[in-house]
Structure formats: C-alpha cells, structure tokens
Design a protein around this ligand. Structure first.
Ligand code: ZN
Ligand code: ZN
Length: 416
C-alpha cells in the first residue's frame, strides 16, 4: 500500500490539467422492483487524474462505497486524455510493486500465496518445502503452528487478486515454469551446482564465466526463468563430506540468484549474483559436464531457541568451550558478541586497513546491523583463508556465527 500510495501522489502532481467528473451511484437489490437498482442521490466529484487516480482518491477520502457503481467523464478540453494517464500509471504501478510480489524463499513471483500467522507471505509450495525440515518462518524465525501439508490453509485471496490484476502475463509464465519443474525428468537432482568459490547469503558474488560447461549452465538458469544456481567451494583438503564421501566440492554452499549478466561477443559473460540461502548437498550427479544436485536448505534455529541457547551459555556452571578464548566468548551475550565485530571494524577503518578500502565497501555495502548477517559481511571482506571462512556456512544459530567471528578478532588482537 505504501508503494501504491507513493506512486499515486507522484501522478497526482502530474495530473493538474486533467480533470475527471466521477459519479458514484449506489446500487442495491430492490425488493419492490425485484432487481438491482440505484438508490440515494449519486455523489459527484471533480478530481484530478484519470479513472485509476480518481478512484484511488475517492477511496482515500473514504467516499467510495463498496457496492457503488462509478461513471467517469473527462472535463478536459482535449477529450478523453485520461486514458493515456491510466495506461502510464498502471504500467508504473506494475513496475514499482513488482519486487513486493516476490516470494522470499524462491525469489520468484508468488505462486498461490499463503500468509502465515506472523504476517509473512510465501508460495504455498515453498512453505511446504520449508516446513518439511523445520517449523520456523523463513523470514522472522517465529514458530509456525500449521500442519506441514498446509492442505487446510487458505490462500491469500487479496494478494491473488492483485497478482492477477497487475501481472497476469508474468503469473502465467511463472505457473508454466512451476509445472515444468514438477515434471522435470532429473527428479530431485534439480539444482545446477557451480564449483568455484565461497559465497554467503545476502552478499554479492561477481563471476567471470568462460568455461563452456558453465556457460551452458548459466544460460539454462537464465532461460528457465529461475536465474538460480548453487555455489560450492572446492574441497582442497580432500576431506570426506559426510554421507557423500570424498567429493571434489565442500558439501555446504549458498544458493545464488543472477542479478545482472553481461555477455561478451565471444560468449564469455560477467555475472553479478546475490546469495539467497545456504544449503547442504544431499546427492549429486553430472549433467552435460557440470554438477547437479539435490539440496536441502539450512536455516537458523527459532528465535526462542536462540534465546534459550544464549541464556544457557551465559549462566552455565561449566563452559562449553575448552580453550580460554572460547570460554570467555561463551559468557558474553549475543549482542556483546556482535559489538566485538562492529567495534573491530570501526577500529580498523580508523587505522585505514586496506581490506576496508572504499572500493570494497562499495561492493559489499556498509557493515549490516542485523546480527544474523554481520558475520557474512565480515567474512566477505576479511583477508583470511576460505577454509576458515567456510565454517560459517553450516552454522544453525546467529550466536554460533558471531562466536566464530569474535574468535577471529580475539586471535588477531593477540597477534598484534
Ligand atoms: Zn516461492
Ligand atoms: Zn514470519
């Protein structure tokens, strides 16, 4: 509603010369005549803008009755110029509301949107997938008390109507992709995997794609409309990866979405991606030279569990950690652990540390205040080995991640 409100006030300032006479007639069922008929006096107003803008204005003034019929008549000298105003306004409304209509699990247009008790909305299928392995909301981590199949939950009707009204074309494409995904012959092995580097959620990764197999992989990801692939780090030490055994890649990775792609004349491309969520590879195979896999999403524990963990560690008689630094960190509140990171960054910026150069801050942004994201940002800019940074990927609590980053800092400080 905020986006629509902003857009509307912008058009209102442009519509000074376009006046429309709006007549609002109340229509109701008349028992006497046994038909729908008008009753009461029609209310008329002369307002700025075309039909779309004047209707919104009326509703905003609290005058538009739910069952009213409205007629519009242009009052401008040039005739029906309000039509073009409607078309331009609808087009820019479609554009500005577009990102609000994305599901925060699949990052595509919401398909059959369902709103949770905490007020967050996801595709029905996406929520079913999330509930398959945990019962927390993927955005706010509040516990959701719904049956995992969601079969009794009704869809968000208002949002469904908005989607159909604003972007029927995009919705049709989205539904087509979803049904193709269901029929997919590779079955579970449905995620293309790029074995290359370490990436984190909410952080950008810039890639230069030159190998033919990865060019194919990226082209398919773009053409299918999903624009997503999993990023995995090389397993340089040859360490066994859980049930997978010794693989060429580390088993935890980050799902990336392609934000920008620039194709060079010789077929190479430069892509800019953003991390969506972490995952663990459950099974893998090869397809046309690149790896594909079946993945399961890694989420943090619920907020309640996070608080329980914090209270337990702070007050425990015997600390969980065995080394002095660890024992000291166990006693600190999660907030204090975040503060260690933030003050370290401030100290390093004050002493002009090269790894906090303006160029790096432009690429990765300012340090996030969200304790869940701060460690990802910190690890993205910190010049230490990827094998060490990798330890953030399997973590399942914010506290655990902040303890890892605070330990790095304590170690640096000791070396100083
Ligand atoms: Zn979704
Ligand atoms: Zn939520």
């Amino acid at each position: 509603m905020d986006v629509v409100g902003n857009e509307t006030s912008h058009y209102r300032s442009l519509a000074n010369d376009s006046l429309t006479l709006v007549e609002e007639k109340k229509v109701g069922w008349s028992h006497g005549q046994n038909s729908w008929s008008e009753y009461g006096k029609p209310r008329s107003r002369i307002l700025n803008g075309g039909r779309l803008l004047t209707t919104y204005t009326l509703a905003e003034m609290g005058e538009l009755e739910h069952d009213a019929d409205t007629t519009y008549q242009t009052m401008s000298d040039t005739g029906d110029d309000y039509r073009s105003l409607d078309v331009t306004m609808l087009e820019s409304l479609r554009e500005s509301t577009r990102s609000e209509l994305d599901c925060q699990v699949c990052y595509a247009l919401m398909l059959d949107p369902l709103t949770t008790s905490c007020g967050h909305t996801f595709c029905r299928k996406c929520l079913v997938r999330v509930l398959d392995h945990c019962n927390n909301c993927p955005i706010c981590r509040r516990t959701l008390t719904v049956a995992p199949s969601l079969s009794l939950e009704s869809s968000n009707k208002r949002l469904t109507e908005i989607l159909i009204g604003l972007c029927p074309d995009l919705l049709a494409v989205r539904a087509e992709h979803a049904s193709r995904e269901d029929r997919s012959t590779v079955g579970e092995l449905d995620t293309p995997l790029f074995i290359c580097t370490l990436s984190y959620p909410a952080m950008p990764t810039f890639l230069h794609i030159f190998e033919a197999r990865y060019r194919l992989m990226i082209r398919r990801a773009v053409e299918s409309g999903s624009r997503k692939f999993g990023m995995l780090m090389y397993n340089r030490s040859g360490e066994p990866q859980g049930d997978l055994g010794t693989t060429q890649f580390m088993q935890y990775g980050t799902l990336l979405r392609i934000e920008n792609i620039q194709t060079l004349p010789d077929g190479r491309s430069l892509i800019e991606t953003i991390g969506i969520s972490r995952f663990k590879v459950k099974a893998w195979s090869m397809l046309d030279g690149y790896t594909i896999g079946s993945i399961s999403r890694i989420d943090d524990v619920s907020l309640a569990e996070e608080e329980r963990l914090e209270a337990f560690e702070i007050t425990a008689a015997t600390p969980t950690s065995t080394d002095p630094i660890g024992q000291q960190l166990d006693r600190l509140s999660t907030r204090a652990l975040l503060q260690i990171g933030i003050s370290y960054v401030n100290r390093m910026r004050a002493s002009s540390a090269p790894w906090l150069h303006e160029r790096i801050l432009t690429a990765y942004g300012a340090p996030p205040e969200d304790p869940a994201l701060f460690p990802y940002w910190f690890a993205s800019v910190l010049p230490i080995a990827d094998e060490e940074k990798y330890r953030l990927l399997p973590t399942m609590s914010v506290r655990e991640r902040l303890k890892i980053t605070a330990r790095w800092i304590r170690r640096f400080d000791q070396r100083w």
